[in-house]
Write a protein that binds this ligand. Structure first.
Ligand code: GCO
Ligand code: MG
Length: 408
């Protein structure tokens, strides 16, 4: 069996999804996702200019060897761009493998360990009333776990992922930001003072059973995060995410010494080597990597196994930048992984997205039920993708009130 060609498509509803299609001489094709949020053209170019020419003629069944060929063959290896490109190839090869075997990918990994995989949704509010309304809406849909982000008074352009007042329903689509990044202003003191009062109100309104997650988005210093974790222990969070900048993982040590709040980290990591130190030291509880920019199923499976040896569960990244293809790849791992924890979920469910990526995967009552279709179980409509053109977007940049640059 041979790979005869591969094509990269960039486009989607409100997102520049980067979709890879690998064709074979037996009429079977595979699909992968290389969407690197707000840098989408880069993995697309890496695939087109460097990887696809090498793929032609390879046997698609040898997914491990192909992974090693590209990883070990790249002298300047790792990093999100390369790993997203390798990840897309790897997903497409698992898709092909499943189609050859006529089995869903989770069966190739070891079968199902559970039926539904627990999901969490994003509730956000310009202020606490908006946030409570947003949570209400997800609870009514059956979600048992919700990530909560709230605007901080007197920090109008601050906080993280905060919509305009009354816009909390509009979270699926990221607005393209044009020529330069938007500026946000951050104030740690105001955040640390206000956020515990938000958790208090959520517990008052929704009781003890709702699983509450919160993303600090790398904004605190280690000592601040340690004190914050200790202070909010009484609200029994499911997790506190990215409390400190990801660059220095040893910062987690101080947090661990002072609080038992569960820590989730890893969405910006892209290799086993990025995760090794913090997993082996048991500085975290949930590993947040994504199959997209952590090298696909082949590589993420290794991270999951290492995590299992250290009591660390999975909590894969699932921001709206993941297309339904990588969400499906993660769903197959989630169905199998003995140390599955939770899955972030924001993709499926819009008419336009379902038309572009038809599938039988089902999201119901806050759980993801993986499809039994062979391979990853997602199709791609090439006519539909022609409706969309690439639009440039940026993440915001953050400054402190005195103008100092800070972490987004
Ligand atoms: C999350 C993330 C995202 C990121 C985004 C960057 O927890 O979902 O923090 O919201 O900001 O994925 O591209
Ligand atoms: Mg995050």
């Amino acid at each position: 069996m041979k790979i005869t060609g591969a094509e990269v498509f960039v486009g989607g509803p409100g997102k520049n999804y980067v979709t890879l299609k690998i064709m074979t001489d037996q009429g079977i094709h595979g699909l992968g996702d290389a969407t690197l949020n707000n840098r989408e053209t880069l993995p697309a170019a890496y695939l087109k200019d460097y990887l696809i020419p090498c793929l032609i003629g390879m046997d698609p069944r040898n997914s491990e060897d192909i992974w090693q060929y590209f990883y070990l063959g790249a002298y300047f290896r790792r990093g999100p761009i390369a790993m997203a490109a390798f990840g897309a190839i790897d997903m497409a090869l698992w898709d092909i493998k499943g189609k050859i075997a006529n089995l869903p990918v989770y069966q190739l990994l070891g079968g199902k360990s559970r039926d539904g995989a627990l999901l969490y949704a994003h509730a956000t509010g310009a202020d606490v009333d908006d946030l409570l309304e947003s949570i209400d809406q997800y609870v009514a849909q059956g979600y048992k776990a919700v990530r909560v982000q709230c605007g901080i008074p007197d920090m109008p352009e601050g906080g993280y992922a905060i919509p305009e007042k009354g816009q909390h329903n509009d979270q699926f689509i990221t607005k393209f930001t044009g020529d330069v990044p938007k500026l946000e202003i951050w104030d740690t003191e105001k955040y640390l003072k206000y956020m515990p009062t938000v958790f208090e109100k959520i517990r008052e309104r929704f009781g003890d059973d709702l699983k509450i997650l919160h993303d600090v988005h790398h904004r605190l210093l280690p000592r601040e995060a340690a004190a914050f974790g200790k202070e909010i222990e009484k609200y029994n969070l499911f997790w506190l995410e990215d409390p400190t900048p990801a660059d220095d993982q040893s910062a987690l040590k101080l947090i661990r010494q002072h609080t038992t709040v569960p820590i989730a980290i890893g969405e910006v990591f892209n290799s086993l080597w990025d995760c090794k130190q913090m997993i082996e030291n048991e500085w975290l509880d949930y590993i947040r990597v994504a199959v997209t920019y952590a090298g696909g199923i082949t590589h993420v499976r290794r991270i999951v196994d290492l995590a299992a040896m250290h009591h660390v569960k999975t909590g894969f990244h699932g921001a709206p930048s993941h297309s339904p293809i990588s969400m499906a790849a993660q769903a197959h791992i989630n169905a199998w992984a003995p140390n599955f924890g939770i899955q972030e979920y924001l993709v499926l469910g819009t008419k336009e997205c379902d038309a572009l990526f038809p599938s039988d995967h089902v999201c119901k009552d806050g759980n993801f039920y993986v499809s039994d279709a062979p391979g990853l179980g997602v199709d791609f409509d090439e006519k539909e993708v022609k409706k969309y053109t690439y639009e440039r977007g940026f993440h915001p940049v953050v400054r402190l009130e005195d103008g100092t640059m800070w972490n987004y």
